[in-house]
Design a protein around this ligand. Structure first.
Ligand SMILES: Cc1cc2nc3c(=O)[nH]c(=O)nc-3n(C[C@H](O)[C@H](O)[C@H](O)COP(=O)(O)OP(=O)(O)OC[C@H]3O[C@@H](n4cnc5c(N)ncnc54)[C@H](O)[C@@H]3O)c2cc1C
Ligand code: SF4
Length: 511
């Protein structure tokens, strides 16, 4: 009889996977915490604790369903601390003829498992993770050799294929995309949602990480205050989103306010990325809510949400598998600067940066516009090396797994792929941050000033960035207006802007 061992990775926590339909005493499941995974970058303490708690909870659920499962904890004396060493040890001490694993989402793990297969006589078989709506290579097959790949085209095809928000083969409401209606800032008097949190005691895991000397970043006061760690809690979070937040999701999607970190965002990315939730069930639940409450939930709200999940999320995965491993080396602008050290402390006079960084250090969460138009915008204008930026984003956010982190960071945010992911660099002066947030009120810097000691650093860095990269960017039709404005500026004004930007780049620790 074939004895099978099946590996469950830390981001494969779907208890409804076909694997778990029936218990089989010839199948042994294996989960492991390793130093290799805990240290491939410096992770946020909450991210580490969240993953380990979710994995341990999952092991409990799978055992309760009658399956045999071996769980190797980080401090287990038998733990060889790498997947390869643990697997080869198990293969050599117990007899298995088949090793099965679900398709990993990370290139690094795909390569690792392929290399382990060459070192053993055990047969290896990869199965689907039954999570995504599209296959790994579907995006590259879809666009083929076309030079320009755009999310919108792919998104429309997925909508049609999955019959989501469609009416007689046409998009519901007659439009595919309502993004232009979803750019409102939050009025001062708007009632903001109450928090919906879980509380998990993380002291045992945190103590173990401490004893084992695992280097982490960020803060965790002993319990995890908001993160769902199993499918049941993730479903509660989804329900809360549909009931309370969806009616305002699209409208305030790009807004930021200092008094509320998460606004109407779902905070479902950790549940999705660990596969505790499936993307299709998430959008179906949201669409069912939209259909049940037409007077309260308008089409732009639901379309905006659906696009993030079946559009951007699937698209980024496709870009990842089409462009790795070379994607991780791209540096279109040849940026070389290290990030200022206050990225790890939040201690800066720039209120927008301080708010977003401190929030990230405290909670391991920031919403999309905070990541893209505040921290990412600064890193790009400043000229930070994409490797540095990647490591920061990969470490700090609880939802950070490489396939979706690197495509968003190196691609969308840092334009290091020269425009493959985004049609123009996502940069702005203080004007955008002032329009979409209340951060500028009470900031040490003045958003209206372009030069001088109190001028907002985003303003001069913005012009300096365009000036430095004129030869690379000026042919981009989406940036034409910016260059026309630059050309019309008086030479003295240009010099003052570049001088101020130069000072900022050479005194970044003082900002
Ligand atoms: C520089 C940068 C780095 C990022 N790193 C990550 C990351 O490591 N992991 C991650 O999951 N997302 C990442 N994103 C995308 C996005 O910011 C997060 O998915 C989102 O903020 C998570 O919060 P939420 O669940 O409340 O999202 P919501 O605003 O409620 O959106 C719903 C869901 O849509 C999906 N989604 C939204 N935008 C994107 C996007 N651009 N790409 C892929 N999926 C998207 C997510 O699954 C999210 O949970 C990054 C974005 C930027 C600009
Ligand atoms: S003035 Fe500039 S630094 Fe200050 S919050 Fe506004 S955009 Fe940020």
């Amino acid at each position: 009889m074939t004895r099978t061992i099946r590996l469950i990775l830390g981001d494969q926590l779907n208890p409804d996977h076909l694997w778990f339909e029936t218990a089989d005493d010839q199948v042994l499941y294996l989960m492991m915490e390793t130093r290799e995974e805990a240290q491939y970058t410096t992770h946020h303490i909450l991210k580490m604790a969240g993953f380990f708690l979710a994995m341990r909870d999952f092991a409990h659920v799978i055992r309760a369903k009658g399956h045999q499962l071996v769980y190797i904890k980080l401090d287990d004396p038998e733990n060889s601390q790498s997947m390869e060493a643990n697997l080869l040890r198990i293969f050599s001490t117990e007899h298995f003829s088949l090793f099965e694993y679900q398709e990993p989402d990370e290139y690094r793990l795909d390569e690792l498992i392929n290399s382990i297969a060459l070192k053993t006589s055990v047969k290896f078989r990869m199965v689907s993770s039954q999570h995504f709506l599209t296959e790994r290579q579907e995006l590259s097959t879809f666009f083929g050799s076309r030079k320009s790949w755009r999310m919108e085209t792919f998104y429309r095809t997925i909508r049609q294929k999955s019959n989501l928000l469609m009416e007689n083969d046409l998009p519901l409401g007659g439009q595919w995309n309502y993004d232009s209606e979803n750019r409102e800032s939050v009025p001062a008097q708007l009632e903001l949602p109450e928090s919906f949190d879980f509380s998990h005691d993380a002291s045992e895991v945190v103590g173990m990480l401490d004893r084992m000397g695992v280097k982490t970043m960020g803060n965790l006061p002993g319990h995890i205050s908001w993160l769902p760690i199993n499918r049941e809690e993730s479903l509660k979070m989804l329900k809360h989103f549909c009931k309370q937040l969806l009616p305002f999701f699209g409208r305030y999607e790009d807004a930021m306010v200092a008094r509320h970190a998460t606004l109407f965002h779902s905070r479902l990315s950790f549940s999705l990325n660990t596969k505790m939730l499936r993307p299709l069930e998430v959008v179906q639940a949201a669409i069912a809510e939209f259909e049940a409450r037409p007077a309260e939930i308008s089409l732009p709200q639901i379309e905006g949400f659906v696009r993030q999940i079946i559009g951007w999320r699937e698209y980024m995965r496709g870009v990842y598998w089409a462009r790795m491993p070379e994607f991780s080396q791209l540096n279109f602008f040849n940026h070389q600067a290290p990030l200022p050290s206050w990225f790890w402390t939040g201690e800066t006079k720039m209120k927008c940066m301080r708010t977003c960084i401190q929030q990230s250090l405290d909670t391991g969460y920031a919403h999309h516009i905070q990541r893209l138009m505040v921290t990412g915008n600064f890193a790009l204008l400043f000229g930070a090396h994409p490797d540095e930026v990647d490591q920061w984003y990969l470490g700090i956010y609880v939802d950070a797994v490489e396939w979706v982190q690197i495509t968003n960071t190196r691609g969308m945010s840092q334009y290091a792929d020269g425009g493959f992911t985004a049609s123009k660099p996502y940069v702005s002066s203080a004007r955008y941050i002032h329009k979409m947030s209340d951060y500028c009120t009470g900031c040490h810097y003045n958003q209206a000033l372009k030069t001088g000691a109190r001028s907002c650093p985003f303003n001069s860095l913005y012009w300096d960035f365009h000036h430095r990269h004129q030869s690379l960017l000026q042919k981009n039709p989406r940036i034409g207006m910016t260059y026309r404005t630059w050309e019309k500026m008086k030479p003295d004004d240009k010099s003052s802007l570049l001088e101020r930007a130069n000072w900022i780049r050479s005194h970044s620790e003082e900002l």
